[in-house]
Design a protein around this ligand. Structure first.
Ligand SMILES: [Mn+2]
Length: 157
């Protein structure tokens, strides 16, 4: 498994604070499946970059810079998740794929994806047409596997 990045930490911290009002090292460690000492190290790094203010024994709070970026990261995650779900990616793949994709998606791509999602949702027929198109393709592939095309027949026709 890949090592969570600074963005993953900030995203997780923002999510925890939004849900519970605070983020504890143990909760962050559990959510990201890392050792608590890695969390402490990253918190110090985020503190140095002024995304949060770390106070020993008292925990930490996000700065406005940290809140702003945290929100952007959480939104980006949500948009990508929405997008994959919309195009019919199985739930079992969505979480892992978003984790891999999100760090590479720039604002222009995200904005285009966001518009595409809206475009599709504005008219559910568009989504239905796409899903149907994909289902048809999959059926054709299955048929081709079952009956490999006869080359002589296709040449003579
Ligand atoms: Mn994420």
């Amino acid at each position: 498994m890949r090592t969570p990045s600074m963005e993953d930490y900030l995203e997780q911290i923002f999510t925890l604070i939004k849900a519970k009002g605070y983020a504890r090292v143990a909760d962050i460690a559990e959510a990201l499946a890392v050792h608590p000492s890695s969390v402490t190290k990253m918190i110090q790094k985020l503190d140095k970059s002024e995304y949060l203010k770390y106070e020993k024994y008292r925990g930490f709070v996000l700065t406005s810079k940290g809140r702003k970026l945290g929100k952007r990261l959480v939104d980006r995650h949500a948009i990508l998740e929405d997008f994959l779900r919309l195009i019919g990616v199985p739930e079992t793949d969505i979480a892992q794929d978003v984790e891999g994709m999100e760090h590479h998606v720039g604002p222009e791509t995200l904005s285009a994806l966001s518009d595409l999602i809206q475009f599709m949702k504005d008219d559910p027929d568009r989504i239905a047409a796409f899903l149907e198109y994909r289902a048809r393709g999959e059926n054709e592939e299955r048929e081709e596997d079952a009956h490999p095309p006869d080359h002589d027949a296709s040449l003579s026709s």
